[in-house]
Design a protein around this ligand. Structure first.
Ligand SMILES: Cc1cc2nc3c(=O)[nH]c(=O)nc-3n(C[C@H](O)[C@H](O)[C@H](O)COP(=O)(O)O)c2cc1C
Ligand code: SF4
Length: 640
């Protein structure tokens, strides 16, 4: 057995427990609990899958300590003894894999709505969150007493259910974080004003838990290294708070960042570099003597090893990395680094669904959310399968078919596999998609899937192969716009494939995700870019974390945005648009269309009734995102 990442697999002492390695699964709310907050079978299978994969410590997702403390409809609860049997089942299931298990204790504060929590939200001060817009009730001293008790009782329940410890959620703009931050805490009593006063609520909670649960019970605290908001908590204050927490007996500090008004720092999109929050954790590590966990886009075991090896922090949390590949720790331990399917930080499948009240899934891991429901079984009737198109849908279909014992041939008209992913790679901030393509390349090779590129599949060619089943994953092409001067307009693919060269003033018609990304890409090359959007907002087709990051990047890149604008005519040096009934002439050396995609399904019509079994998947049916393509490829791969 090769073990190349030795630092990552050294044990570490946290409070009274020894953790077998340095990889932590941070809290990830899944919406898998019941509506009343009970542990469900799916929730247990989700954690067992990760525990089995070799992670050292699991911090179970945010668990509401109070019946009005929830921020999500199907959020876990620990606010009365009725939750104990489920929590005990969960803790024991995880511990049976020799994994340390913590429960994250949570109160939403102002970052919820009364529709979800069941009562008017509470906060240190009655300031509404700009993204929630519901004014919270200022907490009285009685409220403070009640909530401190709720945290204490929930911690005690966790202890009696077999959890090794608890993590107090003091980050991300939820209740405790609201007390800590000068941005949200404007109190003038003993719980507001000075840092000591703002920290009082958190410190009292820790002290009460210590008193009730004893000194052998391990207590962690999640803190923001920065709120990333003007007037919010900064690293200098966070360091001081961390020291105070250590003084009152906290055993481990977990350094995260952001609040709802700076959400892109809570769950960081692909526009941010890997490991962007490590310097914050590193600063805190230098000032305390208890272990410190770093988190945030640490999706590569080699990066994790590097962080621990250089003693920048003691442990690394790999949240979405473990959503994308629960076996990451075991693969890393065995030196099978190429086998790790990395999180691409797309946001779409996990938190992008959570914020709309759906269960967590994953763009690259189609089994996410189906743990225990699907067994990938060998087929009893192996077939000769031809997959046409090596984009994400075709690649996933080929992988699943081969895993199940079918003989698979993949053909693609391009010179390499990847389909639409390969085009997206041209954006610097999407370069990690190349690792997903490489992952498929390796998987297909290991599964003996034959891949032929540079082949335009026509009816004659396909029939000559005599396949038992054809899976058409022929993708999509950009939509065009029929207005006068359309010969002066190009599509996104023309730019990304290098078919055309864009110069000076560029207009992008369509302010969806791709249009915005193209704008940032071109602006970074020194071009003057304008987005023309028909609706009254841009980036409406992407989760809020991505949108918030994109808006900042567009601003930094000086991209001009013209909303509610209808293109009327393109000329060789301008685009004429109608805004509020008035015509405007926008200077343009290049006009690029980014208004959506059209399925490429013509082969379906010529193959229909000509092959024994024909399926069509992915963009060729309904142009969508990576998650849609991979899910569809997986679906067909397990059904044939
Ligand atoms: C779907 C989802 C749910 C999350 N739920 C929680 C939570 O319950 N408590 C918490 O402190 N952080 C939560 N986070 C933030 C993660 O713990 C982590 O800090 C973040 O995802 C960045 O780390 P990563 O890049 O390793 O995923 C959540 C993140 C995601 C993606
Ligand atoms: S959905 Fe995207 S961001 Fe979330 S875990 Fe999967 S790959 Fe990562």
């Amino acid at each position: 057995m090769v073990m190349v990442l030795s630092s990552l697999f050294e044990s570490v002492d946290v409070g009274s427990i020894r953790v077998k390695n340095r990889i932590v699964m941070p809290p990830i709310t899944t919406n898998y609990a019941s509506m009343s907050g009970e542990v469900s079978d799916l929730l247990i299978r989700h954690y067992v899958e990760r525990a089995r994969g070799g992670v050292g410590m699991i911090i179970v997702e945010a668990c509401s300590v109070h019946r009005y403390g929830r921020a999500f409809y199907c959020q876990l609860g620990a606010f009365n003894d009725g939750f104990k049997p489920g929590l005990a089942r969960l803790a024991n299931a995880i511990k049976s894999y020799n994994v340390a298990v913590f429960l994250q204790l949570f109160h939403a504060g102002r970052q919820t709505t009364s529709a979800i929590s069941g009562a008017q939200p509470i906060a240190p001060s009655p300031i509404p969150c700009k993204t929630i817009r519901e004014t919270p009730r200022e907490m009285t001293l009685e409220d403070i007493e009640e909530i401190e008790n709720s945290f204490t009782n929930a911690a005690y329940r966790a202890k009696t259910c077999g959890f090794d410890g608890v993590e107090i959620h003091g980050a991300h703009g939820y209740l405790i974080s609201e007390f800590l931050s000068p941005y949200t805490n404007r109190r003038t009593d003993g719980y507001g004003g000075s840092l000591e006063n703002r920290a009082r609520f958190a410190l009292e909670i820790v002290e009460r838990i210590r008193e009730k649960c004893g000194f052998s019970f391990t207590v962690g605290f999640r803190i923001n290294g920065s709120d990333f908001i003007d007037g919010g908590l900064t690293i200098d204050e966070s360091i001081k708070i961390a020291k105070m927490l250590e003084d009152v007996g906290v055993n481990i500090i977990h350094v995260s960042a952001g609040m709802y008004e700076s959400r892109e720092y809570i769950v960081q999109p692909m526009y941010f570099p890997r490991g962007l929050l490590i310097p914050l954790a590193e600063r805190i590590k230098k000032e305390v003597s208890i272990p410190v966990i770093a988190v945030g886009r640490i999706n590569d075991p080699k990066l994790a090893e590097d962080i621990v090896y250089h003693k920048r922090v003691d442990m690394v949390a790999m949240g979405r990395a473990l959503i994308a590949d629960p076996e990451l720790p075991r693969k890393a331990f065995e030196g099978r680094l190429n086998d790790v399917r990395k999180c691409i930080a797309c946001i779409d499948g996990c938190v992008g669904r959570l914020v709309y009240g759906f269960q967590v899934k994953c763009s690259v891991n189609p089994l996410k959310g189906l743990e225990g429901f699907i067994n990938i079984e060998k087929t009893v009737k192996p077939k000769k399968a031809l997959v046409i198109g090596a984009g994400p849908a075709g690649l996933e279909a080929a992988r699943m078919l081969a895993l199940r014992g079918h003989e698979v041939l993949v053909i693609d008209r391009n010179s390499d596999i990847g389909g639409a992913l390969r085009l997206a790679l041209k954006f610097k901030f999407k370069s990690e998609l190349g690792e997903l393509i490489d992952w498929y390349r390796i998987q297909l090779k290991n599964l003996n899937v034959k891949v032929l590129t540079g082949i335009e599949a026509d009816e004659k060619y396909i029939l000559s192969i005599k396949p038992d089943v054809v899976i058409l994953a022929s993708g999509s092409k950009p939509l065009t716009l029929s207005i006068p001067g359309s010969q002066f307009m190009y599509v996104v693919d023309d730019v990304l494939t290098g078919k055309i060269e864009v110069k000076d003033d560029v207009i992008i018609i369509g302010g969806g995700l791709i249009g915005c990304e193209l704008a940032i890409h071109l602006a970074s090359q020194g071009l003057k870019v304008t987005i023309v959007e028909a609706q009254d907002d841009i980036a409406r087709d992407t989760p809020i974390q991505n949108k918030m990051a994109l808006l900042k990047l567009l601003k930094e890149a000086n991209v001009k945005i013209v909303l509610k604008a209808k293109p009327i005519e393109a000329r060789n040096n301008c685009l004429i648009v109608e805004v509020d009934g008035n015509k405007e002439i926008l200077k343009a050396n290049s006009v690029i269309l980014s208004i959506g995609r059209l399925k490429e399904d013509w082969l379906w019509w010529s193959l229909k009734n000509r092959v024994c079994e024909l399926h069509i998947i992915g963009d060729a049916v309904n142009p969508g995102k990576i998650i849609d393509a991979v899910t569809d490829g997986f679906r067909i791969g397990i059904t044939i």
